[in-house]
Structure formats: C-alpha cells, structure tokens
Design a protein around this ligand. Structure first.
Ligand SMILES: NC(=O)CC[C@H](N)C(=O)O
Length: 433
C-alpha cells in the first residue's frame, strides 16, 4: 500500500498538493435579502461581499462565465452540482494584434462571488494550472460550497433575482444584515467600470474596418471578429462614434453588465447614427438592448433573467445564415430584455423569440428600410456553449464588405469561415492487455 502511494503521488500531486486545504473548515453563509440563509463552507477568499444573486444552468465553462464582465456585481449560483472538476487554465495569451491577450473572457474574475453545491477537491485537465479554490483566492473572490443550490435556484425562480450577502469566517455567524444594508449593483453604471477607457486596435491590417463600442466586451466576441479578418477599433461605451463614423465599414455593440437604462446616452447617440448612416450594425446582449432603445423600444427587468447554455430561440425572419422557422440553442446571460410591442417601431421587426418564455431574443431592420441592423439577446460567439449561431459573425463581416463593394470600392467580399473551436489532434491509443 505504502509503495503504491509513493508511485502514484507524482501523478496526482498537481491535483492534491494545492488541495490540502485548511484543517478546519471556514464557515460561510449566503443571506438573501428576502430573509433566507444558507450555511456552508468557504473555499475562496476570506472576505465577505454583497451582490445580486443569480443562477446559471450551464454545465460547462465556469471559468468563462466567471470572467464574463456581464456578471459584474453578481453572486453567481451554479445549478450544476459539482463545479471545479477541470480546474482553471492559464489565462495568459500573447497580446499581439491577432489576439486579445486572454484565454478566458477577460483578465479577471468579474462575478462578485460564487455559490456551488459541491466544489471538486481534485481537478484534472491537460490545460489546468490551478484549482478553482486557488483561483478564487488569488483574485480575492469569496466562494461557498456545501449548500443546496437547487433550493436556492427554486427560490430565485419564484421570487426573482434577489440581493445577497456572502458572509465568510467570523461574519458567517452574524445575523443577516438589515434589508436596507444590501448593496444593489443595478443602481450603478457598471458598464462605465468595465468598458475600456481608451480606444485600442486589434488586427489593424484586416480587410475591413469595424468600430466596436465596448460595454464590457467578452474576449471571444473580439476574437470572432478578428478571426474573420476584421480590423477592429475598440471604443469606450460612450464614445462619440458619429464624429469618426466615416472611417469605418461597420459598427458592433458588445455585451455589458447591469441595467441598460444607465446607457441611455449611448442609445441616443446610436439613434442619430441609425438615422444618418447606412452601414451594417450588429449588437449582442447589452448591445442589442441599446439598438432596441435607439429604435424606440423599451427595456424591462425580467424576473430571474436567462443564464445558461441551453436557451432555445426561434427565428421569426431569415437573414444570412439564419433561417426563419428554425430553433437555435444559445448561450445567454441577461436580466433585462426588450419589450415586445405591437406594432414594432417603423422599419424594425422581431428577429428571434425565446421558446421558453417568449421574450424578445432579437430584432432587425426590415428589408424595405434600406438598413442592415441586427441585435440578438443571446451570445452567438459563446465560448463554452453551442455554436448554432456563430455564422452571424460571418454574415456581419460579409455585409460590411458587400456594402463597401456596392459603394464602388475594390474589396474581396469573400469571408473565410474560421474554425472557431480549436480541435485537439486525436491520438490513437494502443490497446493494452
Ligand atoms: N450579457 C449582457 O450583455 C447582459 C445585458 C444586461 N446587463 C442584462 O443583464 O440584461
């Protein structure tokens, strides 16, 4: 027995050594403003925090979700019972003009805290460099395990997204804070906290010039554009795009955290762009909500939003690779949505609708409007989710090129469809007796 342990130890050391953990469990308590408390163990940073408690039904990609800037200010509950099995990869990529400098969705963990049923104490993946627990500690993010995430999720579904407090260590034994003490991130302009402060370029020699308004961009959105050979200039969310728009062949609006109502300034600037400029515009999630507000639609706060990789959406219209009547499975992370109003504003039509809750999942300019504008509530670029709608990026870049060609410019209108998922080479394994 002893000899076997010696032999196996080096193989397991990466998973075990970092998981020796404290001999005595550190207590953690999740308090909801609605009065319920859940008692478990801390496995992240030894500090307490407030946030908006939300749940995600995604089975994979806890690393991508946690680094998504749209989770800023939120205590993220994973409904998948065991989280952490495949550890955390290195997040460092070369910041050259062809890539965006990170492997995950941004440099840091953006969620305020995480809640899991059962944190994996051992992890195993060929790219993993550390455990989920160590990653949380290194980024000063509190985390709780050993709570009934199904019970929490059922509460959040019934009563809606609820403000919370994750209390760690000595704080965990204190009673729940008064209702007035809970911090409400939706009151803040979180977009302003995560958007770039200065413009920057990626792939400057690309074949088409696209401006990106950054409301809290996920890295994979920028990657999806660069991979289709777009030269992109990333601009702060409230940048005066109208003053530079003649330099660009298209405009893209990214995802972002919080209440879109804080970004009315951007919606009003975009309203002018849409009236005076005929080039293609595409927006995702927050970007879609801004397009809708610019078009005259209202955004509202949903009860518990949609977060996960399994949201079915029905296409109501055809455009590019999207065919009316088909259902696409999508990745989502949002709390707000555009109101379905009848009639839709002149020149606009619904594009997609959610098959579960009938919320608006996309809008587009009508064929007779002379515009090429689309917004989708879901994430076509989804890293760690279905790629059913990834070709919408190809459609957008192709439309930008087509518009340029129609204006008499000499441009190759073909867009190569890149391989969006790197495929690991398959290694034949010899059968052993
Ligand atoms: N992922 C996003 O862009 C989310 C948009 C917005 N913050 C919402 O919650 O609805």
């Amino acid at each position: 027995m002893f000899v076997r342990y010696i032999i196996r130890a080096p193989q397991l050391s990466r998973g075990l050594a970092t998981h020796a953990g404290p001999a005595v469990a550190v207590p953690a308590t999740l308090h909801l403003k609605s009065g319920q408390s859940f008692y478990g163990k801390s496995f992240g940073a030894p500090r307490s925090t407030y946030g908006e408690t939300v749940f995600s039904t995604s089975i994979t990609s806890y690393t991508e979700s946690m680094t998504d800037p749209s989770y800023r200010g939120q205590i993220l509950v994973f409904t998948t019972p065991m989280i952490g099995n495949y550890g955390v990869p290195s997040n460092i990529a070369p910041f050259d003009s062809q890539d965006v400098g990170v492997i995950l969705e941004s440099q840091n963990i953006q969620a305020a805290a995480i809640v899991v049923g059962d944190v994996a104490e051992k992890f195993s993946h060929y790219k993993a460099v550390e455990s989920l627990a160590d990653w949380c500690k290194r980024h000063n993010i509190p985390a709780i395990t050993g709570v009934d995430t199904r019970a929490i999720t059922r509460l959040l579904r019934d009563q809606g997204t609820t403000l919370g407090r994750l209390a760690i260590g000595a704080d965990a034994a204190l009673p729940s804070p008064e209702a007035t003490e809970f911090w409400d991130p939706s009151k803040e302009n979180l977009v302003d906290q995560v958007s770039t402060k200065v413009p920057y370029e990626l792939n400057p020699t690309g074949s088409i010039k696209i401006a990106v308004l950054d409301f809290g961009a996920k890295a994979n959105i920028l990657r999806a554009l660069v991979r289709r050979d777009a030269a992109i200039t990333v601009l702060p969310w409230n940048y005066d795009f109208n003053s530079v728009r003649d330099q660009y062949d298209g405009l893209f609006l990214t995802n972002g955290p919080g209440d879109p109502g804080h970004c009315m300034e951007a919606a009003l600037k975009l309203r002018r762009t849409l009236l005076e400029w005929n080039k293609p515009v595409f927006g995702i999630c927050m970007g879609h909500q801004i397009i809708g507000m610019a078009a005259g639609l209202d955004a509202y706060r949903m009860t518990f939003g949609n977060r996960g990789h399994n949201q079915p959406v029905l296409a109501l219209a055809s455009a590019g690779s999207i065919k009316a009547g088909r259902v696409y499975v999508t990745s989502q992370n949002h709390q707000y949505a555009l109101k379905l109003q009848d009639p839709f504003p002149q020149g606009w039509e619904p594009f997609f609708i959610n098959c579960n809750d009938s919320s608006v999942e996309g809008i587009k300019s009508t064929a007779d409007s002379g515009k090429k504008v689309w917004g989708v509530q879901f994430h076509p670029e989804s890293a760690g989710g279905p790629l059913d709608t990834i070709e919408m990026f190809t459609d957008f870049v192709a439309e930008c090129k087509l518009h340029k060609a129609q204006m008499g410019e000499n441009v190759d209108t073909v867009v190569e469809e890149p391989l969006d998922i790197p495929v690991a080479p398959r290694v034949a394994v010899a059968a052993t007796a």
